[in-house]
Design a protein around this ligand. Sequence first.
Ligand SMILES: Nc1ncnc2c1ncn2[C@@H]1O[C@H](COP(=O)(O)OP(=O)(O)OP(=O)(O)O)[C@@H](O)[C@H]1O
Length: 336
Amino acid sequence: MITVDNLVKSFPSRSGAVRALDGVTLEVQAGAVCGVVGPSGSGKSTLARCIALLERPDSGAIRVDGTDLVTLDGNRLRAARRQIGVVPQGDSLLRQRTAAGNVALPLETAGVDGPTRRRRVGELLDLVGLTDKAASYPDQLSGGQRQRIAVARALAANPAVLLADEPTSALDPETTGSVLTVLDRARAELGVTVVVVTHDMAVVRRICDDVALLDGGRIVENGRLLDLVSDVDSRTANALLPALDQTDGIAANHDRVADVVLVGFAAVGALLPEASNRFGVDLAVLGGGLTRLGETPVARFRLGLTGERADSALEWISEAGALVRRAQKGPQGVAA
Ligand SMILES: Nc1ncnc2c1ncn2[C@@H]1O[C@H](COP(=O)(O)OP(=O)(O)OP(=O)(O)O)[C@@H](O)[C@H]1O
């Protein structure tokens, strides 16, 4: 488990000190994938660099499995660094080394013997699906393949934590998928705890269990994705779920208008038709749509309900576990 406790980091600037991190507290459970998101300049990379021990915070603690890394120095700091594998932002492979040579580098530095090194490099290339590229140089690989090699290299010393700063920022959606699959495999097969800094909500939807939203150097939201989507006021949920289109004109044709969030196969597949049947209510989808969080289907719809028992239908949907909000009386539609 990683625990970040009241982390503060300032940088000097001409107009006074910039507080890049202003008391960040965060917990990531062992074996989870946590996405760190937030607007540009909110402190994401600074947090990642502090966790990676590349930057020393002004105050606060960073504990991995109970050990506070901030207080370490010398050999103990070097040993702690090996606990954290880092996939840096951008192209980070050594051009003059083959893919296998890049993956082997941290093992060479740690003094691991040749046969053990070769076995470990073989396992890691297999994990990232690039066994056949062992002898290729970075220039002979695609952007996604280079990034997968960078992940393999970060995992070489068997770290407890894998930290990836914008691992897919320069990649197209298809290539992004192959890199995310590799991060997911690292968690599933090696039990590594993964922290991913990203501005891309598709990355969060695809692999994250938890998310931390930073703004102005503070965590403004933190929790499990599936919990956040059921929170009416969550900014993260709003960014993760399908947009609700402006439907004022159409909304006026219905007795009631409500937004619903449905989580899981059963809810997404059955709840609305069931409500319609039970209460003799016509349900029209006015906006929103379906997405996936990991393997879980999640829908957010703006519904128009027509029929005398529209209120009862909404109540029943809510009691069945769906989030229902902004049910409006009369034909005036949805208040934005
Ligand atoms: N080495 C540095 N020297 C001075 N200021 C810095 C330094 N690193 C970061 N900052 C400042 O700290 C704040 C947070 O920056 P940081 O790069 O952590 O944000 P970010 O959320 O990762 O942004 P982006 O999404 O644009 O990469 C910004 O105001 C930035 O200008």
